[in-house]
Design a binder for this molecule. Structure first.
Ligand SMILES: Cc1cc2nc3c(=O)[nH]c(=O)nc-3n(C[C@H](O)[C@H](O)[C@H](O)COP(=O)(O)O)c2cc1C
Ligand SMILES: Nc1ncnc2c1ncn2[C@@H]1O[C@H](COP(=O)(O)OP(=O)(O)OP(=O)(O)O)[C@@H](O)[C@H]1O
Length: 272
């Protein structure tokens, strides 16, 4: 997968370089089951048309830019992780557009003409609730009109769980109450973060609410399941686990546990 960073200063030079691709549009934080469906349908369209698949996302998150930094977004994954997963989903080009105040002020029509058609897309795939352009005024049902006959469009219907839309916002809410087991259902796999014993939580990840959790911890030379106590937004304690100090660790959050369950698990560990 090729990653292409687009800014207002370099957009013109990219407008002639890539042509005829299928593009999936959105922010895609966490790459949950709704996002996976959008990208999988885009992949299907790309394969049928024998065209490359691209994804266009932004950075930083529109909310943090539009609030002038006053709203801090609890990101679910850093760009590196997003790149890795998009590549595994069969994406050929990943466009990361710098979300600046100038970019946010583009009209929906300008965005479609300069950033979507201008960057060579032939077919757009987006979710039913996708929005774009100044004040989010463009949406899935205005897209064909704004493209003036230059794009085809596939709109992906809502992917839900018990009637409720699967969304990055919902996953952030579940993290804030520590419901990591339900997050697995929304993501299709458990939530993971990267942790370095010296640095702590790596940027653009979010810890679940303070409490006890069943986890697995994997490093280069280390693999254990056990219990972690989250102390606050930035700190955690590995309970009854001796972790290597010189390795970056991947922590997978399986489920939240009660204190009595911890005693039971510790006893089992001592016996085993
Ligand atoms: C050119 C452009 C301008 C945007 N301007 C605004 C804006 O003024 N206010 C806003 O809340 N969101 C704005 N957005 C963000 C979108 O409404 C939307 O959140 C973003 O494109 C991600 O789409 P998704 O949330 O459906 O994935 C803009 C997006 C684009 C592409
Ligand atoms: N549950 C879903 N079903 C169908 N499409 C979805 C779903 N969630 C997101 N999409 C689509 O995926 C793309 C990326 O969406 P976006 O990044 O806004 O995710 P989100 O989970 O809705 O985020 P947020 O909660 O921050 O609004 C958009 O085209 C959006 O319409």
């Amino acid at each position: 997968m090729k990653t292409i960073e687009i800014k207002s200063e370099n957009i013109i030079s990219w407008q002639t370089r890539i042509s005829n691709h299928v593009i999936a549009l959105g922010f895609f934080d966490g790459l949950h089951k709704g996002h996976q469906q959008v990208i999988s349908i885009a992949k299907q369209v790309a394969m049928e048309k024998n065209l490359p698949l691209s994804v266009m996302s932004f950075f930083p998150h529109p909310k943090s830019v539009l609030s002038n930094g006053n709203v801090s977004v609890d990101y679910l994954m850093p760009l590196d992780q997003k790149k890795k997963q998009l590549s595994q989903l069969g994406v050929d080009y990943f466009f990361i557009v710098e979300f600046s105040l100038d970019f946010a002020a583009l009209s929906p029509e300008q965005f479609i003409s300069d950033y979507v058609i201008g960057l060579g897309a032939q077919h757009v795939v987006c979710g039913y609730d996708y929005t774009y352009g100044k004040k989010g005024a463009g949406n899935a049902s205005t897209l064909l009109e704004h493209a003036q006959g230059n794009l085809e469009l596939t709109i992906v219907p809502k992917v839900d769980i018990c009637g409720e839309k699967i969304s990055s916002t919902r996953i952030r809410e579940l993290l804030s109450v520590g419901n990591v087991s339900f997050i697995s259902k929304l993501m299709g796999h458990p939530y993971t973060v990267q942790w370095s014993p010296y640095v702590g939580l790596l940027p653009y990840y979010t810890l679940p609410a303070p409490g006890l959790y069943e986890v697995s911890v994997v490093g280069k030379s280390f693999k254990e399941t056990g219990i972690i106590r989250v102390m606050n937004r930035n700190d955690l304690h590995f309970e009854h686990m001796i972790i290597p100090l010189n390795e970056q660790l991947t922590i997978t959050w399986h489920k939240e546990v009660s204190k009595s369950k911890v005693k039971h698990l510790v006893k089992q560990k001592v016996k085993g």
